[in-house]
Write a new protein. Sequence first.
Lengths: 110, 511
Amino acid sequence: MSYQVNGHTIEHDEEGYITTLSDWSKELADEIAKVENIDMTEEHWAVVNFLRDYYDEYQIAPAVRVLIKAIKKEMGPEKGNNKYMYELFPYGPAKQACKIAGLPKPTGCV
Amino acid sequence: MAPKDSDDIPRMHHPLEIPKLKCGAMEDSAPYPASPAHQASVGFPEELLPDWKERALAKMKDLAEKNRAFKVYLDACVKCGACTDKCHYFLGTGDPKNMPVARQDLLRSVYRRYFTFAGKYFPKLVGARDLTEEVLDEWYSYYHQCSQCRRCSVFCPYGIDTAEISMAAREIMDVVGKGQKYCNEIIGKVHVVGNNLGLQEKALRATLEDLEEEIEEDTGVSVRLPLDEKGADILLITPSADFFAEPHIEGLIGYAKVFHEAGVSWTISSHASEAANFGLFIGSYENMRKVSLRIRKAAQDLGVKRIIFGECGHAWRVAYSFLNTLAGPWDFLDPKYPVPQHILEFTWDQIQRGNLKLDKSQNDHIRLTYHDSCNVARASGMGDQPGGQFEIPRNVIRAVCNHFYDMDRDTIRESTFCCGGGGGLLTDELMDLRTKGAAPRMTALQQVTEEHGVTHMAAICAICKTQFSKVMPKFGYDMESIVSVHQLVSNAIVLTGQGGAEDEDGEEDAA
């Protein structure tokens, strides 16, 4: 189970989350997005970048409302809402966006 | 790799409609296996052991000797058929192996072969069969199509509890090295970090501070969500989803407002930042105990007087039924209060005392129904009256909401349907099963939508809330149609000093 990027093989688990977080790169994010049927736009990148910054600070993905608040601040209320997040990432901003951002999947009753 | 969507969402005319049989329809359904690291983190063999068969039988023997209920359940079934159409997974999938009696028989047939006289000598006559790798795989598939909701046990004339058999089967599989990823990874995380999410103290603190700011912005009142505060009276133990997911967080805000208005001191603990106890789902007493002992340690370290549980279904079963034996005695707590208490008991008490100012019209945009969570409904109680676990949530709802309508009587209270994601099945690779298993509940919901214009459903379990937010859109509802009970309380509560509502004529934002 692996992604191929620029001749490199990057391992992932059954669900497509990369197993070594330091393997992440922007090219890899594009590749994961392709497998997920997502065309990465500026808005997608804003989410992915926020998730990565938050993870650097707290070693976990942010709660969805924290993410939405941050996007609202950056891009306005038309984009900073739950519905829009699900338009960007149909399988959920927490899980699908984390996968593309190279972060572990949030576990538990979420 | 995106989870596969269900291609045939069951459309039922009635929540109890019996489906046409579809033999083998779900035989390929199975959750991801636990990795060697996940297995090790919860004290089980890393992979399937070479002598797995002997060990499995030894474990079965051990369970039958030590757990009288388990042995009685295996021996007592007379195949009357009362349970056959009671399981939501059977109703949703039509697979006859999801009939509770058939699910029990997957294990019972092996028990008979090795541990009963008739099965040892005349196996064919009594439906006994050898334990083979195919049987083990069948166990893995179908014991992960049981959410341990216990609806079938309500209708069994002998009270046979399929949940107990399903827990035992999972325990047997765990000890031979065939564990499930979702549960075992999560339990391992609790042992290290203290919660299912893996949320560390720093992140938890930041989340709580953020919510404090948000409440102050919304209401103009400073409401605290304290963390690790020594000397607080109340320790709140709540599912970590309450710090992360929607609509769970709205419920947490509700608890904080109730505590604030009640004028009590309370705290969350970073050491025991989880109510959920997945040790129950895998039938592992040792893991259940280890998780529970974190609560004991937190209560002692913080010097609290009482423990209150937030909205989490199976956690309340573990707390209500087993906390004393798992992690007691609780003689260091204030004997004036039950150990533990449920947040709904606390809130209902405050409402009865008149300590909360409530403006029900704040929920007038909602026409509500209530989903009884299985573990609360059938495995616990609330308050000091029989049936309190049904009445207290409804009492609170009626106190904060003008438009409330119950669903079909056969699908609520002790006969409630599982949400479809309980018992350690709330994982993406089981989405097809989860969607089909939710069909009876969704059909009952559609009925009250047609009859009464119901728009929202409330629940008091983190698993139910997440499950419904994922499956309701497949049945034509918005994902925000599932709400926390304390979210409704939060909407209605008028904090002391809060502008707007019927106070003065200031705007909502006025301080």
